[in-house]
Design a protein around this ligand. Structure first.
Ligand SMILES: [Zn+2]
Length: 96
């Protein structure tokens, strides 16, 4: 049996991705001049995700490991990365 088949890695949840996607949705109305095509929005997400520390959790367990002070620092980091990504894609969209 292949190692990968012995465990259910699909129950790993990329919490960073969930938070980044939600944050993009929150910030989007502030930038009405940003192109909202799929290419641009995914570019914003990739930009932000490459700049924050990844955080995974096992979906069966809930988020118990994060202290609230650490969590709010992390959320700040995500907000900043998303804003930077939006500004970058707005200036340099991945298409003409
Ligand atoms: Zn676009």
């Amino acid at each position: 049996m292949v190692f990968e088949d012995q465990y259910n890695f699909e129950s790993l949840v990329n919490e960073t991705e969930e938070l980044v996607v939600a944050e993009i949705g929150r910030q989007l109305p502030e930038y009405p001049d940003l192109c909202t095509c799929s290419e641009c929005i995914l570019d914003v997400a990739a930009y932000a995700l490459n700049r924050v520390r990844p955080r995974y959790r096992v979906s069966l367990l809930d988020t118990v490991y994060v202290h609230s002070r650490e969590r709010s620092a992390y959320l700040r980091e995500i907000r900043r990365a998303v804003t930077d990504g939006i500004l970058k894609v707005r200036t340099n969209p991945p298409h003409d």
